[in-house]
Write a protein that binds this ligand. Structure first.
Ligand code: NAI
Length: 390
């Protein structure tokens, strides 16, 4: 159980690029980072609008002279200070992730970056090599993957409680883009523009969450080939998609089905997962994150609750609130930020043994998400052909 006790040598001096007053995801980062005393927010280039960013930053408690107009100014000033930032989170639109992450790493600063990490596998491999060369951590914020019941599902699969995994069924859908984009906010404008969003819209925006979570649960079971069919129901979004279906074959023979959509009018269900084995199934959704449905063939259905002693150790170790009380998205983000802080702390201490067994969403997790996107686009571009996963 996580109770806020300090688990690292000292709090990390933390900065943010993006995540300003109008940004959608910035508060989730601060909710995650500022929970356990593992990070102190000391600097930021929060906003494209420098004045608004400074005003916002000071209201978050950041000193005015450490609220910078640009990320370049942040890097120049912070690397010149004895108490400069240790780590910076990048919560900006997709097209800026690569250049900002690269500049931060070159300046010797650890990075926590939003998904989809970059546009290409090539960029991701370049950043992986740079981080290794510099001895720095790159973490990626797949929001719900710190939830204790996600780790319960992973433990149940690993321990064979479901039998052989046969079917993976996942969906992340909403209807917020069911209408056209006339007058839409900036966060929609950049998401539907290939120059700023990258090669995908909903596949990268929400599909990468499904894919990474399934990677955690499935462990050694990997995608062998896939077929992706994508479309833009709102034509102005083409060539990007607002809806996609992906079929996957796994190397153990399992079959997967995943759909992502932002035109699922009226749906507020968000993320749904079902992992089916030869003996039993588990199902979990972020609409009811406290509950895991466990169905054993021939037995009555069970609802497992987070924080209960019958859960596996891996799940209880990630629990914060304890049974009976809601454990949700903010708690999951806090776990992700804590696990990344522990990785940075270990890196700073040169503790390779700790890092070898420590699990957190790392550069590899980000890279694999980008690889999955590249394969999806490759398939979709061939009129939804099966492609070997490369
Ligand atoms: P947004 O458009 O709502 O906000 C972007 C923020 O970054 C704004 O404050 C803007 O002023 C600032 N900004 C943009 N360029 C900047 C620059 N060069 N320097 C400094 N600040 C800059 O975008 P949103 O929705 O918050 O998405 C940001 C990123 O977070 C995207 O990569 C998106 O995919 C990801 N995201 C992840 C979520 C998750 O659950 N992990 C949820 C929502 C978004």
């Amino acid at each position: 159980m996580i109770n806020g006790e300090r688990t690292i040598a000292r709090p990390l001096r933390w900065g943010m690029v993006g995540g300003g007053r109008t940004g959608q995801v910035g508060y989730k980062h601060r909710t995650g980072a500022l929970r356990d005393g593992t990070y102190q927010l000391v600097a930021g280039a929060f906003d494209l609008d420098a004045d608004r960013g400074r005003d916002f930053g000071t209201k978050l408690g950041v000193a005015e002279d450490r609220c910078y107009a640009t990320y370049q100014e942040l890097i120049a000033a912070e690397t010149g200070r004895a108490d400069g930032v240790d780590v910076v989170s990048v919560a900006t639109p997709n097209f800026t992730h690569f250049e900002i992450t690269k500049a931060l790493l070159e300046a010797g600063i650890h990075v926590i970056c939003e998904k989809p990490l970059f546009f290409t596998v090539k960029e991701s491999e370049e950043i992986k090599a740079l981080a290794e060369e510099k001895g720095l951590i790159v973490g990626v914020t797949y929001g719900f993957t710190g939830h204790p019941l996600v780790h319960q599902m992973a433990a149940m699969v690993k321990k064979g409680m479901l039998g052989d995994i046969r079917i993976v069924d996942m969906a992340y859908t909403h209807g917020f883009n069911a209408g056209d984009d006339v007058g839409a906010p900036e966060a929609v404008q950049w998401r539907t523009d290939p120059k700023r969003s990258g090669p995908t819209f909903v596949l990268g925006d929400i599909g990468t969450h499904l894919y990474y979570l399934s990677e955690i649960v499935l462990g050694d079971i990997k995608v062998e080939k896939l077929l992706c069919d994508r479309t833009a129901f709102i034509p102005s979004r083409a060539p990007l998609e607002d809806h996609a279906t992906v079929l996957m074959h796994y190397d153990n023979g399992a079959r997967g089905r995943l759909w992502v959509s932002s035109v699922d009018a009226g749906n507020m269900g968000s993320q749904r997962y079902r992992f089916v084995g030869s003996k039993a199934s588990v199902a979990w959704s972020d609409s009811h994150p406290d509950q895991l449905i466990y169905q054993v063939q021939g037995e009555p259905e069970r609802i497992m609750h987070h924080g209960m002693p019958y859960l596996e150790d891996e799940s209880l170790a990630a629990d914060r609130m304890g049974a009976l009380h809601t454990e949700g998205l903010g708690d999951s983000w806090s776990n992700i930020y804590l696990w990344i802080a522990q990785a940075i702390d270990a890196k700073m201490r040169g503790d390779d043994a700790f890092l070898a067994s420590h699990h957190y969403p790392d550069i590899h997790a980000g890279l694999e998400g980008v690889r999955w996107l590249e394969n999806c686009v490759k398939s979709a571009d061939q009129d939804a052909a099966w492609v070997d996963f490369e």
